[in-house]
Design a protein around this ligand. Structure first.
Ligand SMILES: [Zn+2]
Length: 244
């Protein structure tokens, strides 16, 4: 014995044994939706394929509704979150976490402040996607503070409860961004790195669902991630290629 418990060698991203608080951790899969239906605002370049048809969206929800190892998230605070996603989730007794943009609230095509309150009152979780939807990597300290701290304060004033989770815009982060997120007290940080996640872990990889995905492929990829079988490596590579 060298004074190290066996757990010290574990990879925190894949260790599904325990989190140090006696709460068993388990392998989960996070998925991200963006918009559903026809966007009611001009989209950023290359964002078209982040918008699903209502049929594809419903099919994927039906595929995951009985799975407690899939966590559903939405990024960007699009108006379709309340118009399409909320009723579809409620109809299936599902919950999701919505990462919204503080600086876009009440703008055309985005959620209003009232919408965000309705989401929260409907049992949905609210997280921060920052202020202005710009990559957090490379920002000045003042701008990064605006994204991590001021945006959270603004969202907290809307929903009236503490905001504990953040999702990095465009999946862009580096050591400095993660350090500032830690300092700011976020309990979970969601990325767009594909692959499985560990429930309760601070850093949460997520898998972006795109318009071109066959809903059945999505189910198979989730199965591969969730099972933790040797297939997982192949699935990760496939997903990286296909979901880029
Ligand atoms: Zn985004």
């Amino acid at each position: 014995m060298l004074g190290l418990s066996q757990g010290s060698y574990g990879n925190p991203m894949t260790d599904v044994s325990a989190n140090g608080h006696g709460v068993p951790e388990r392998r989960i899969v996070n998925i991200i939706f963006h918009g559903v239906g026809e966007p009611s605002r001009p989209l950023e370049p290359d964002a078209d394929d982040l918008w699903l048809t209502p049929t594809a969206f419903a099919t994927i929800l039906d595929g995951v509704r009985d799975r407690d190892d899939v966590q559903i998230t939405f990024d960007d605070g699009n108006a379709s979150d309340i118009e399409v996603a909320l009723p579809a989730l409620v109809a299936r007794d599902l919950t999701a976490e919505f990462f919204i943009l503080a600086g876009k609230l009440d703008e055309s095509g985005y959620l209003s402040r009232d919408d965000v309150r309705v989401l929260a009152e409907s049992g949905m979780r609210i997280g921060s996607h920052g202020m202005f939807h710009r990559p957090w990597r490379g920002l000045s300290e003042a701008a990064l503070r605006e994204e991590l701290v001021d945006a959270r304060t603004e969202i907290e004033q809307v929903v009236g409860v503490a905001i504990r989770d953040a999702a990095c815009p465009f999946g862009a982060y580096d050591r400095r961004v993660l350090h500032r997120l830690r300092e700011s007290g976020y309990e979970h940080v969601f990325t767009t790195d594909p692959g499985p996640a560990t429930s309760g872990a601070w850093l949460q990889p997520r898998n972006t669902i795109r318009r071109g995905h066959d809903p059945a492929d999505v189910g198979r990829v989730l199965d591969g991630f969730a099972s933790g079988s040797p297939e997982i490596i192949r699935w990760v590579k496939l997903a990286v290629k296909r979901w880029r």
